[in-house]
Write a protein that binds this ligand. Structure first.
Ligand code: HPA
Length: 277
């Protein structure tokens, strides 16, 4: 994996590897304008060898770096998805390049459909766990190696505690303080791009899963394998198809619903970082 451009970018801007890398998913496109730290640079996916430009509306495809004192946080604006035609390792490269360049802490965000009747649009769900139903795994093939050539993690990595429990509790509190409704639950990752049928939503809901989306699980698996510390959250943008009679799903409407909550979530992320990871 080529990390030189990312590392040279940090060096030329006098930046240490970020203490947290945040992936901002669908609906978060404009939420960062309220983040009050000093913006110190931007690196587009297009200028990093091995990364592809995103094809999805609201996914800019760049890293934005912010500094407060000597702390640096990077926000990844947009991600790549399997449904765009990218292989799992192409998707995870967007987080594994920072990981190999020395970043240890990650927060993944996404927009997701609610599978629980208790979830409303605009709510937040902190991931307790996930189910990977994409049929693919980013660790398929030779066991990924670091810059020194050593394997990043075991061939059969344990996935029993992917999402850090202490961070989940801290983020839960920070989201409540922002006036958000907060849940903790299990995220179901599917490939997309079609939304689920009502029959699928009924099935997934009867399995006890709480939210469904088209991202996050591959990044989480690759990061956990490499020993990174991570948390993830879903912004519930809509009830799963068929859960509420007479509604159809529309991507642009989903983005609109997300905007107000996304700004509050960015506020919660700010308190989370400032209170110490
Ligand atoms: N299903 C899958 N992915 C999604 C949804 C959904 O209902 N909403 C936002 N992303």
């Amino acid at each position: 994996m080529k990390t030189a451009v990312y590392q040279e970018f940090l060096q030329s801007h006098g930046l240490a590897p970020p203490s947290l890398h945040v992936v901002l998913g669908s609906g978060f496109g404009t939420a960062l304008s309220a983040f009050p730290w000093e913006k110190v640079g931007e690196l587009s996916f297009a200028s990093v060898p091995g990364l592809h430009a995103s094809t999805v509306p609201d996914h800019a495809g760049k890293y934005s770096f912010y500094r407060k004192g000597n702390q640096v946080v990077s926000f990844q604006m947009g991600r790549l998805h399997g449904y765009e035609g990218h292989a799992p390792d192409e998707v995870t490269r967007t987080v594994m390049i920072p990981r190999l360049a020395g970043v240890k802490n990650f927060l993944l965000t996404n927009a997701a459909g609610g599978l629980s009747l208790a979830y409303q649009s605009g709510d937040v769900m902190l991931l307790r766990d996930h189910v990977n139903l994409t049929g693919m795994n980013p660790l398929r093939g030779p066991n990924p190696r670091g810059l020194d050539g050593a394997e990043l993690g075991p061939r059969f990595p344990d996935m029993s505690r992917v999402y850090d429990a202490r961070w989940r509790a801290q983020l839960h509190k920070a989201c409540l303080q922002q006036g958000l409704r907060v849940h903790e639950g299990v995220y179901l990752g599917i490939l997309g791009p079609s939304f689920e049928t009502p029959a699928e939503v009924q099935l997934f809901s009867s399995w006890g899963l709480h939210a469904v989306g088209m991202s996050t699980v591959w990044e989480a698996i690759a990061l956990k394998h490499s020993g990174a510390r991570l948390a993830a959250l879903s912004l519930i943008s809509n009830p799963g198809a068929g859960l509420v009679a007479g509604t159809a799903l529309d991507h642009l409407e989903i983005l609109e619903t997300c905007r107000a909550s996304a700004t509050r979530i960015v506020g919660a992320i700010q308190s989370f970082v400032e209170e110490g990871l």
